[in-house]
Structures are given as C-alpha cells and as structure tokens.
Design a protein around this ligand. Structure first.
Ligand code: PLP
Length: 373
C-alpha cells in the first residue's frame, strides 16, 4: 500500500516503538510519585520540555503535553478566554478543533471575527488589520493549512499584533508546520503554539502546546495539578519520550527539499492529463490538491485504494461531511471541490514510489472516465 494521506497521520518510526516498550514495561513509573524512579521520570519529562523549546527556537516558555492537537487547541483558546467585552479573532481556514470552538464562542454571544482567506488560502492580512483593536483578546490562526498546505506569514501577523494590540494573545496551530517547514518562534510574538507527534512519525495520543507565559493561561479541567496546573492528569510518559525521539530523527531542511522534489515530480506526471487539474496554493510541499474533473473525489479515493493507494479527502475530521469548507472559502467551485482529493506526502517516500503512484492515479482516473461514457 502506498500511503499519501500523511497530513492525516504518519507511520511511526521504528525507534519510537522501541521506546514505547521501555517506558511502558521497564520505566513505567508515575512522574508525580515520590520514589526515586519516579523522580527520574519527572526529570526526563522536564529535559524533553527543554529540548522541545530549543527545537521551536523559543526564547522562554513552557511545554504542556496533551492527548491530541484538538486538546491543545481547545486549551489554548478556552484557557485564554476572559469575562468582559473582549473580541476573538479566527480565520475561515482553521481546523475544526479551532473553527468549531470559534463558532461556539459566537453562539454564546462573544464578539468573534472570522477572517477571510485570500486566493492562495492564506489569512487575509488587510482584513485582519482592520478587525484588530485594543479589545482583541485572542488571535488564533493556523501556520500551515491541513487542507491546502497554504502557509500563513506568522512573522507579519506577529507584527500586526505588536502594532495594534500588543496585549492580545497570539495562538498558532502549527500541527502541519512543526518539523515540516523551517520556522523559529524567537522572532515572533507567538504566545501559544500547538504541535503534534502523530504528523511527524511519532505516536498518536500525544501532542503539545507551547506556552510563552504560563500565568496568562487558565486550565480547562481541574485535577491533581500536573504540568503547572494547566493540564492535570498523569502524563503519557511513553508518548512524550516517543515524541521526542521522532523530533530528534527529523532533519527539517533535508526533508523539505526531498518533499518539494517529490511534489514537483507528481505535478509534472499529472498536470498534462486531460481532466486532471492541480490546485496549487504555493504553500507547504507536503500537501497537494488535485481535481479529477467529472469524477467524485470519493470515487477516486475508493478506486485508488483498490489499486493499493491511499489518499485523503481533506481533514479526516470533516471528510465525512459533504464539500470542503476551506476550499470553498478560497473560491474553488463546488463542482471542483467535490472532484478533489488531497494528496499529502512524507519525506521518506522515493522518486520511484511517486512515479509509480502517479501512473496508477492516471490509469485509475482514465479507467473510471471510460466506464462512465
Ligand atoms: N490542527 C491541524 C492543522 C490538523 O491538521 C489536525 C489534524 O489533522 C488537528 C489540528 C487535530 O489533530 P488531532 O486529531 O490530533 O486532535
């Protein structure tokens, strides 16, 4: 099976599997207990926190480990809410774990601005600048779109915040960016940054939230007070150690070059085929949207799977719903949206694999079209 849905999840590194055994069967101690073995585990978590802060190139701050990026996003947003006449800013491109929180806040009577996307799928900075003001409490935008690969300019968004509302909190959902595109937090004024293990060949069930100032965030559920009181509950020690291993194994720049090459290769193989259209948002090389005119994306997905290829239909969380909110927000016609699939690469795929899979995609499409005539 050739897997081209890597924005949904990734195959875990073998090295992470080995770590799982160590921290589940040998060093399985609870980091909050009092034994020396437990203290050693707590120290390892603390070292991992420092390691990840370095990877993010953050000047200061802490890392809170969570169970998934949905949880990190919810903690970031709900933990930043304050009573009073505050305003909250999101974009049309957000993942449901942010977008649906924004919609709920709106329904509850808060002032919520949802910024439009430009034709390249990025947050429209002119509109963003217009809505920001001294009442802005939180700006939550994604770094790289899971649907289109569009990359938001976090440096520019930081500068807008600094200029207009320096006290506002800037949260960035970096799930599709972390260890995929080169980035440093140091130059930005990002306060909260979500990132996840399962998209970078680490385990499912462990994600993180970078928190610049832990006193500015409130917990969303109460408990034993672990992780600075911001995320009570026993830490997923094995998951955290596997997450670190995955981060250690990834060479972001090298992988970026390889994936950019693979994406270009596939574009060349597909773009001259009658009926196939590439939707290129000139963003992250990890994501490519392809329209198969006259055939439903869903039909392509199932036919491809029968031929040994797995692709995606946008966010797994929204794939069961008709259409694609994000593509439609960019202005892609409903007809094209229905005929589109999301192809997402990983950096360890080879030229041969991509050439082979491109040929399968073309054959499957031509075969379906022929049978429709
Ligand atoms: N944010 C982005 C950009 C994502 O791509 C995803 C998942 O695909 C999430 C958040 C949610 O991740 P999880 O399913 O781990 O909660």
């Amino acid at each position: 099976m050739i897997f081209l849905d890597n924005a949904g999840t990734t195959k875990m590194f073998d090295e992470c599997v080995d770590i799982h055994r160590v921290f589940s069967c040998e060093k399985f101690y609870n980091p909050s207990a009092m034994s020396n073995e437990s203290l050693k585990i707590a120290k390892l978590i603390s070292e991992t926190e420092q390691y990840l802060l370095k990877e993010l190139d953050a000047k200061e701050g802490n890392i809170i480990f969570t169970g998934c990026a949905t949880e990190s996003n919810n903690l970031a947003i709900k933990g930043s809410l304050r009573s009073g006449n505050w305003e909250y800013v999101f974009s049309e491109g957000e993942h449901p774990s942010v977008f649906n929180v924004a919609k709920k806040l709106q329904l509850e009577g808060n002032i919520v601005h949802i910024i439009k996307l430009n034709e390249r799928g990025q947050v429209d900075l002119i509109e963003l600048e217009k809505v920001l003001n001294e009442k802005t409490r939180l700006i939550s935008v994604m770094h790289v779109s899971n649907e289109t690969g569009a990359v938001n300019d976090i440096d520019k968004i930081s500068k807008l915040k600094d200029k207009i509302c320096p006290k506002a909190i800037l949260h960035v959902d970096g799930v599709q960016a972390f260890k995929k595109i080169p980035f440093s937090l140091r130059k930005t004024s990002v306060d909260l940054y979500t990132f996840s293990a399962s998209k970078i060949h680490g385990p499912k069930g462990v994600s993180a939230l970078y928190v610049k100032n832990k006193n500015s965030l409130k917990e969303v559920f109460q408990g034993g007070g672990q992780q600075y009181g911001l995320r009570s509950g026993t830490e997923n020690v094995s998951g955290i150690m596997q997450f670190r291993k995955a981060v250690e194994l990834i060479d972001t720049d090298k992988n970026y070059q390889n994936v950019a090459h693979l994406k270009e290769l596939m574009k060349q193989e597909l773009k001259y085929v009658d009926g196939i259209e590439i939707l290129d948002f000139e963003g992250s090389p990890y994501v490519l949207n392809v329209v198969f005119n006259g055939v439903k994306g869903e039909t392509m997905l199932h036919a491809l799977e029968q031929n040994g290829v797995i692709v995606g239909l946008g966010s797994a969380c929204s794939a069961k719903k008709a259409g694609n909110r994000v593509l439609e927000a960019i202005g892609v016609s409903k007809e094209k949206v229905v005929s589109s699939v999301r192809i997402s690469f990983n950096a360890y795929q080879t030229e041969e694999e991509i050439e082979k899979v491109s040929k399968i995609i073309v054959e499957v499409y031509k075969d379906i079209k022929k049978r429709m005539m």
